[in-house]
Design a protein around this ligand. Structure first.
Ligand code: SF4
Ligand code: SF4
Length: 283
């Protein structure tokens, strides 16, 4: 079961990475008259759901989009928001190619540092750093609304990951990408945890998602394996419902290889959590 789920997620992650790479490569080819005929000439901005978020202010006040943003960004933004309202930040754990690349580099970090991997940052510092992504979000929204330009592009590692070879990417974005990839050797998903403004929004929305990961306190044996495998360092073993702003719904904790008690960690609704906790209270 664990193997199957792991492979399904990995296959989906690879699919989206290749899809974005194909779209941006085709755009470059199309600009020189050699694009593939069966693909549109969409740029990376047109397929970025965060482009829709940063355009909201301009769309509401002037009825237009920020430079380089299209209808498609809005459509994708709404699809991701609906997905998040249903299941939490699935986009981060299953779709975002930057998250996937950090995760694959983390496998090297685990080989190098074993159990110390992802535990180098002191807990209090880690908790404080997690607020940074809200600061990044406020800055991006404010600066974009003021300039009507994609200001985030100048430091965006996602943009640098797919466009570094075009000569259009600012040195600051390439430096950010290199730092994020290097940091992934010590910290799992450092960009997602500390800096990603889109992850910040999705994390907040996931607090009211229909489904969330729930722990059954009646069957949990408090082994804390789930805590150790969580890439986002969430203390799952002390929660009944994992409505955590950093959960990326990777389902690593609920796999059979992690949790030894079948069905103790499951994706379920709020009602189910209340029933489970109520059962424990009656014991
Ligand atoms: S709580 Fe579970 S599903 Fe959420 S990030 Fe951690 S391991 Fe993944
Ligand atoms: S791995 Fe399962 S049994 Fe162990 S603490 Fe976590 S939820 Fe409880």
């Amino acid at each position: 079961m664990k193997k199957k789920r792991f492979h399904v997620r990995t296959i989906i992650q690879i699919f989206f990475l290749l899809l974005v790479a194909l779209v941006v490569t085709n755009k470059e080819l199309a600009d020189s008259g050699q694009g593939l005929p069966f693909l549109s000439e969409a740029s990376i901005h047109a397929i970025c759901p965060f482009g829709g978020v940063v355009s909201i202010y301009q769309f509401v006040t002037e009825g237009s989009y920020v430079h380089r943003i299209h209808d498609s960004s809005f459509v994708l933004m709404f699809l991701v928001l609906i997905l998040t309202l249903l299941f939490g930040a699935v986009f981060c754990g299953w779709v975002c190619p930057l998250g996937s690349v950090q995760e694959w580099i983390s496998k090297m970090g685990k080989q190098l540092f074993g159990k110390s991997y992802n535990h180098f940052v002191p807990v209090k510092v880690d908790q404080a750093l997690r607020y940074l992504r809200y600061g990044v979000l406020i800055w991006v929204l404010y600066a974009t609304a003021n300039t009507a330009q994609l200001v985030f592009k100048s430091v965006d590692p996602y943009y640098a990951l797919f466009q570094f070879w075009t000569g259009e990417v600012a040195a600051s974005a390439i430096i950010t990408l290199i730092l994020v990839l290097l940091a992934s050797l010590w910290i799992e998903r450092p960009w997602c945890k500390y800096f990603c403004p889109f992850g910040a929004i999705l994390g907040l929305i996931s607090k009211i998602s229909l489904f969330s990961l729930t722990r059954d306190p009646n069957t949990c044996i408090d082994c804390k394996i789930c805590d150790r495998v969580c890439p986002m360092n969430i203390k799952i073993s002390i929660l009944n419902s994992v409505r955590h702003t950093n959960c990326i719904v990777c389902l690593e904790c609920s796999s059979e290889e992690a949790c030894p008690v079948k069905d103790t960690l499951l994706l379920s609704t709020k009602l189910k959590v209340e029933n489970r906790v109520g059962e424990q209270g009656r014991k």
